[in-house]
Design a protein around this ligand. Structure first.
Ligand code: ATP
Ligand code: MG
Length: 650
């Protein structure tokens, strides 16, 4: 198979240097940090760790026997102590820690002092329920303050948490509880979504019926009389009752650096979710420093990461990273379109948000709705924008920069994974010149390379496999109870290096361009084409809101390109549009990227974290039985699409 990639597919030449004022006041503004970290990796991370509190200092910064890393070996610390107590002791007791915006007009602000009290009380509650250091606790909650409180309480006593996104079904919850063998489940009577109730407790009841390890279920009252629930005596307890007489004093446990902090299941975009294991010390240091430098956090900033805490982005960049920095972090319970499509911008205006961190899927949705929604709100408080989750199409980047950032805010496109725990490839906004669509370069100390099939580094602009050749502090320590899968999944493709599963290329300036998952690369007549590049060419057309591209078996070419396209409001589907779009791709990339088929659809199948599930589209196009669909946001989308595809294909 010729290992060739079309050169500079998108010919992206726009570049954005850091605005001078931004650069001058940036926390990370000295280019030399990159060299320093490369030359002395351990010294670099040790200096970051010294900002934090350790009950006992580490003996060794890193012990590395691939694939096993240990960081800050021998150190004793507690991440909750660092996220809460440390700030209270430093005179920030009355500073806002969490600003919570609820769905039906609710709001709540927790200061660092409030957080310390609530977390300590709940830690005592857990102890009273028999939770001991090392016991797993599953958390299945909506985006309400009790969620970070429960996480921090677990971490305070050394009980690993495993958060399951509140949008998951009873079945998905059951599987995750059983995999983690959790002793306690924390849930709510229900959650709000666009004015409707999500029956969390009912799902929890169904799940717990099939989970032998759960001894207690703690239930937060969120919807109350709007959805009465069943309480099973002895097993189920109301959160507020338990909290009423809990003591507000609970010493933070002095944990080992390598004590398990949490297990989190991956999104399931590529297959069965994996229980990723993160430990205490390295994860704390990694999320602390990346949050500080990448989001350039100043003491009076209001930081809003729009992810759900059920995903790693929420763990690292709503809870642990921002709180470790003593930041004011915003959490929002609802959706971007309820009660209206300007909801995000109303929240930015209301709290004077300075930094917003969201996903390309959200940005493409905002583009589809049009620029009038952000235009009717005051977004002048924003000074930095971020994105994560998928490659961002250059057109979406430009739109975000212009319509949300007013042309003045740098955009940090951050690449990372559940497994990496922290951002690994990203601009530093005071240093890096940005190119729309590129995650730019590895964070200081991070060693990323692109290899070909044979494990040799590829040349400039040649696509290949993205790998990491040196350990980083927040890296996963394994897949829970499955050491073989850990080695097989990440350390076997190229021995001794971590295989990300993603494809990437580097341009002549050394910038990294993520090409999507390796499985998503299409091979047309010997030319390797990234699905994402064809998608970006389609999205570049003013009529297109979103596109998903896959390879389908083709007698002559080996594979041909099929595109599933969502149009913006006001554009008509039809054979004329098909021709226009095919021509557009030819113009942007070249004739060999011309889609063979284009199918219009109102929605694309996505994971609950908002990523396009190309593997299901491939199943549809190849006429196969659909693979695992439990992680889909909306099951009906894929069923309808399958039917339409079969009709149109005859
Ligand atoms: P699973 O591993 O179960 O298939 P997943 O990979 O979608 O699920 P996550 O860990 O949430 O689960 O996502 C990480 C992946 O998201 C990365 O491997 C990459 O494919 C994609 N990704 C994240 N951020 C970016 C980014 N800035 N640019 C390009 N791709 C990104
Ligand atoms: Mg993955």
């Amino acid at each position: 198979m010729p290992d060739r990639t079309i050169e500079a597919l998108l010919l992206e030449e726009r570049a954005f240097a850091p605005p001078p004022a931004f650069r001058q006041s940036a926390i990370a503004r000295d280019e030399r940090v990159y060299d320093q970290a490369t030359k002395d990796l351990q010294g670099f991370w040790a200096r970051a760790a010294e900002d934090l509190h350790w009950f006992a200092k580490w003996r060794t910064v890193l012990e590395w026997t691939p694939p096993n890393a240990q960081w800050f070996v021998g150190g004793k610390t507690n991440i909750t102590y660092n996220c809460v107590d440390r700030h209270v002791k430093a005179g920030r007791r009355t500073k806002a820690a969490i600003i919570w915006e609820g769905e039906p007009g609710d709001e709540r602000v927790l200061t660092y002092g409030d957080l310390l009290r609530e977390v300590s009380k709940f830690a005592n509650v857990l102890k009273r329920l028999g939770v001991k250091r090392g016991d797993r606790v599953t958390i299945y909650l909506p985006m309400i303050p009790e969620l970070p409180i429960a996480m921090l309480a677990c971490a305070r006593i050394g009980a690993p948490h495993t958060v399951v996104f509140g949008g998951f079904s009873a079945e998905a919850l059951r599987d995750r509880i059983n995999d983690a063998q959790a002793k306690v489940l924390i849930t709510a009577d229900g959650g709000w979504r666009r004015g409707n109730i999500v029956p969390l407790k009912r799902n929890a009841d169904d799940a717990v019926a099939g989970t032998p390890t759960i001894e207690h279920v703690v239930v937060v009252r969120r919807v109350g009389d709007a959805a009465p629930i069943h309480i099973q005596e002895g097993r189920d307890h109301w959160w507020h009752r338990l909290m009423a007489d809990a003591s507000a004093v609970c010493e933070a446990e002095q944990l080992d650096s390598e004590d398990l902090l949490y297990i989190l299941y991956t999104s399931g975009t590529t297959g069965k979710p994996k229980g990723i294991v993160h430990t205490t010390g390295g994860y704390m240091v990694g999320t602390y420093l990346t949050t500080k430098w990448i989001f350039d956090l100043k003491d009076d900033d209001v930081f809003w990461c729009t992810a759900d805490i059920g995903w790693v982005t929420g763990h690292s960049y709503i809870v642990y990273g921002p709180l470790a920095n003593g930041t004011t972090t915003v959490m929002y319970e609802g959706t971007p379109d309820y009660p209206d499509k300007d909801r995000f911008w109303a929240i930015v205006e209301k709290y004077r948000v300075n930094i917003i961190y969201t996903a390309p899927t959200a940005i493409r949705t905002f583009m589809k709705w049009g620029p009038d929604y952000p235009a009717r709100r005051d977004l002048s408080s924003l000074r930095l924008l971020g994105t994560v989750g998928e490659p961002i199409n250059p057109e979406a980047w430009i739109w975000y920069h212009k319509h949300i950032g007013g042309g003045r805010c740098p955009v940090v496109d951050t690449w990372w994974q559940t497994e990496t725990g922290m951002i690994l490839i990203t601009p530093l906004p005071g240093i890096t010149t940005l190119k729309p669509g590129s995650a730019t370069r590895p964070f200081p100390g991070v060693a990323a390379e692109i290899l070909n099939e044979q494990g040799k580094p590829v040349g400039p602009s040649e696509g290949g496999y993205l790998v990491l050749t040196k350990p980083w502090p927040a890296m996963l320590r394994g897949i829970y109870r499955d050491p073989d899968r850990y080695v097989k999944q990440y350390w076997s493709r190229f021995p001794g290096v971590y295989f990300t599963g993603d494809g990437a290329k580097q341009d002549k300036d050394g910038y990294f361009w993520l090409l999507g998952r390796v499985d998503d690369v299409i091979n047309v007549a010997g030319h390797r084409i990234g699905t994402y590049e064809v998608e970006s060419a389609l999205v570049d057309n003013p009529a297109v809101a979103e596109a998903a591209v896959i390879g389908v078996t083709h007698e002559i070419k080996g594979q041909a390109i099929a595109a599933f396209v969502t149009l913006k409001e006001g554009f008509a589907a039809g054979s004329e549009m098909v021709e226009t779009l095919k021509q557009h791709v030819v113009k942007k990339i070249g004739a060999l990227a011309r889609p063979e088929q284009i199918l219009f659809t109102g929605e694309l199948p996505k994971t609950r974290s908002g990523k396009i599930m190309r593997r299901l589209l491939r199943d549809i196009a190849e006429g196969r039985v659909l693979g695992d669909t439990t992680t889909l946001a909306d099951q009906t989308v894929v069923q309808a699409l399958k039917q339409r595809y079969e009709e149109e294909a005859g």
